[in-house]
Design a protein around this ligand. Structure first.
Ligand code: GDP
Ligand code: MG
Length: 714
């Protein structure tokens, strides 16, 4: 068994390479942080070779979680070989990591990836010469076109059997001398470990290395003396000294092997970016693009299909066929009702929206794969930063448009605790796939499929995130500097049909699977509770157990305009999975007629809800506590019950306040008169404005005393 690790900068194409050589279809994201954990696969055609896709990193210093994962893997778990994926179109920056990987004392090959993009930009790289200087094979690849990847793997495997190791870079004489002195001092402690690597770490005063080596106080003191002397001589701190030397090494490599096109013109990608990421135009363009997405999925293409699925497939055909089948086999009456009024009505109501969802997912996959969404994180960073937030928080949110769970998990890459918690709390405000049926139902039943409704739901989600960001950041709990955010903007490219379809299907599959499992169970539960009374006798919906429970909680929602028990029940079942809101409506409103008339329950919804109440219901269900799966993810990422409850409480309170204001101000402006509810809405609005504009909390200066490692060093 041979293990090959793929290491490289974020966005250098590691996952694309991984998918190409293993034949799997892992998520290829256009932004850093998608691959937080390493992923494992087997080489196509040789199952004895394990391929590890490591998270993208810029260096091996243990500052971010990704770096820690990668570093720990390379130096402690030790793969048999490393393939360093270098983005040839950004070679200078990428070689910095290479200079560190060379020290891992492992057989290593460099894949000069994105060579197609580099060639397009007229960047000429002498791969052979680069290989000589690095002391390891350098192979040109284009992972996206599946070119050179097999050769890179083959060359790496050859290396493993020859036992050749890559050569670490040689630094200036002065630094080499100190490193030799340190090596002598730590030789015993390191044992058969990687002496040079540890010497450099110790020189940089790396806390982790110190912990592993457990040097005696004498030796540590002696080392510290040498470092301090060298620092005084070089007039710089040890860590910067090493960093500079690495840059010198990289510069030398680049000057000897790379020729850039001196009169490089703006690439088409740059030209597009001039407009798309323009300071003034960027946001309007983004809003317009998202409108188009909702227009296509909710109002046009998606609707045509959904109407057919709702009216014909789940309205007539399926119930018709199922009913005659049940009658033919002489099925018991209660079972017929369970299947028709419960399962078919509930699950059918949810599945009815699959076509709209597919179109939405298709649009999102396209925007992601062509590189546009990466720009959004960049644009958002510019906006967020003004409020002390980081664009890094936007990436989990973008991922959350599919499902909140991976979105919440992606927050792991945010270093600052405060920012990470805040991102976990706000990620699920963005409408995920499961919320789309609610959006589609409300816009279909009450607003004749207006694209504006779906679109406004998306904008409301973003607004909730920004408002929360501003408000929370001003409190003591979340105060602090915004995390730094660096990302490579990949050149725009036409996505492959396969890539987009895989992306779309990944999301749709999860949705359909849920319909067959958790939604199905919930539907049966709702049907049961809405068909029986407390004595377990079958009864009319209005006298059922569910009706009693619903009536007990419904008054809470009266100020939001939907105090009807059925809506209250739907909001609660939505906690199991958001699709349940629609499934529950399908059962509770579809009751009598469903078998004959299909989406008849839309008519009943129109009778039960005003437009305003419907919209308030929509906003509440979008913003309130997410489903249990997402709450579980929040719990895992927060690693604290207290913070999890804070998140749930905050989300639900915000949802309640937003819906209340929408309903109460809406009623006021549509001539409802000033009521007690309006007064409450006014108070909430004043509170919100106060929180938005109050002075931020400022930490005391002493909290910034700095890096603890520095204090140890003094
Ligand atoms: P990772 O972050 O290193 O895992 O990078 P990904 O595999 O997610 O790829 C980042 C982006 O680069 C994606 O949009 C890929 O489609 C694109 N990409 C990957 N390999 C190549 C390549 O060889 N040529 C070009 N032009 N684009 C590539
Ligand atoms: Mg990746």
């Amino acid at each position: 068994m041979t293990t090959i690790a793929l290491a490289g900068n974020p966005n250098s194409g590691k996952t694309t390479m991984f998918n190409d050589i293993t034949g799997s279809s892992q998520y290829v994201g256009n932004w850093p942080g998608v691959t937080v954990e390493k992923k494992e696969g087997r080489l196509k055609g040789n199952k004895d070779i394990v391929i590890q896709d490591l998270p993208g990193i810029y260096s091996l210093s243990p500052y971010s979680p990704e770096e820690a994962v990668a570093r720990n893997y390379l130096f402690n778990e030790r793969p048999d070989l490393v393939i360093d994926i270098v983005d040839a179109s950004n070679i200078e920056r990428n070689l910095y990591l290479t200079s560190q990987l060379l020290e891992a004392d492992l057989p290593m090959a460099v894949a000069l990836n994105m060579i197609d993009a580099a060639k397009k930009r007229n960047i000429k790289i002498d791969a052979n010469r680069l290989g000589e200087l690095l002391g390891c094979p350098v192979i040109e690849t284009s992972a996206i076109k599946s070119q050179g990847t097999r050769e890179a793997v083959a060359r790496a495997i050859e290396l493993a059997s020859s036992g050749d190791r890559a050569k670490p870079p040689v630094f200036s004489d002065g630094l080499e001398r100190v490193l030799r002195e340190i090596s002598d001092l730590i030789r015993d402690a390191v044992g058969d470990g990687n002496l040079r690597w540890y010497a450099i770490q110790v020189f940089e005063r790396d806390a982790e290395a110190a912990k592993t080596l457990k040097l005696s106080a004498d030796i540590a003191g002696e080392i510290e003396k040498r470092i301090a002397a060298f620092e005084a001589e070089a007039d710089d701190d040890s860590e910067s000294i090493v960093t500079n030397e690495r840059y010198l090494f990289v510069e030398k490599l680049v000057s000897e092997t790379v020729v850039f096109d001196t009169n490089e013109k703006l690439t088409p990608s740059d030209k597009i970016d001039r407009i798309v990421t323009n300071r003034i135009l960027a946001l309007p363009i983004f809003l317009a693009v998202m409108f188009l997405v909702y227009f296509l999925s909710i109002s046009t293409v998606g609707t045509l299909l959904t109407d057919w699925v709702n009216d014909v497939l789940f309205g007539e055909w399926v119930p018709g066929v199922v009913k005659s089948a049940l009658v033919a086999i002489g099925c018991a009456d209660w079972l017929q009702r369970l299947i028709l009024d419960g399962i078919v009505a509930g699950v059918g109501a949810v599945l009815g929206f699959v076509p709209q969802m597919m179109v939405l997912f298709l649009c999102l996959a396209f925007l992601e794969d062509c590189g546009y969404m990466a720009r959004i994180a960049f644009i958002m960073d510019r906006i967020f930063r003004r409020f002390g937030l980081s664009g890094k928080s936007f990436i989990p949110i973008l991922i959350g448009t599919g499902c909140g769970v991976p979105g919440i998990m992606a927050s792991r890459t945010i270093e600052s605790d405060a920012d990470r918690r805040m991102t976990v709390i706000t990620t699920t405000f963005i409408p995920c796939g499961a919320k789309l049926p609610i959006i589609a139902l409300i816009s279909g039943a009450l607003f004749s499929n207006s694209a504006l409704i779906g679109y406004s739901a998306y904008v409301a989600g973003i607004a909730a995130i920004i408002v929360s960001g501003i408000v929370l950041k001003k409190t003591k709990l979340f105060a602090g500097e915004a995390s730094p955010f660096v990302m490579e903007l990949p050149a725009y490219h036409l996505p492959t049909v396969k890539g987009v379809l895989v992306h779309m299907w990944d999301r749709a599959k999860a949705f359909i699977k849920k319909a067959g499992t958790i939604i199905l169970l919930a539907t049966i539960g709702v049907w049961f509770l809405s068909s029986f009374d407390w004595h377990l006798r079958m009864t009319a919906t209005e006298d059922s157990i569910l009706a009693d429970i619903g009536r007990a909680i419904a008054p809470v929602f009266s100020p939001l305009g939907w105090g009807e028990w059925k809506a209250a029940v739907a909001a609660i079942t939505g906690l199991i999975a958001k699709e349940n809101v629609v499934g529950t409506f399908g059962i509770l409103y579809g009751y009598e007629e469903v078998a004959e008339t299909g989406v008849e329950y839309w008519g009943q919804l129109q009778a039960a809800f005003t437009k305003l109440a419907g919209y308030s219901l929509l906003i509440f269900n979008l913003l309130c506590a997410p489903c249990f799966a997402a709450i579980g993810a929040v719990r895992r990422e927060m690693m604290s019950a207290k913070w999890t409850w804070f998140a749930i409480g905050y989300q639900t309170a915000l949802a309640y306040a937003a819906s209340l204001m929408i309903y109460q101000f809406g009623s006021l402006f549509s001539g409802g008169g000033f009521t007690a509810g309006t007064a409450v809405a006014c108070v909430l609005l004043a509170l919100l404005l106060f929180l938005l504009f109050k002075r931020p909390y400022r930490a005391k200066i002493e909290a910034r005393a700095g890096d603890p490692r520095r204090i140890d060093a003094v």
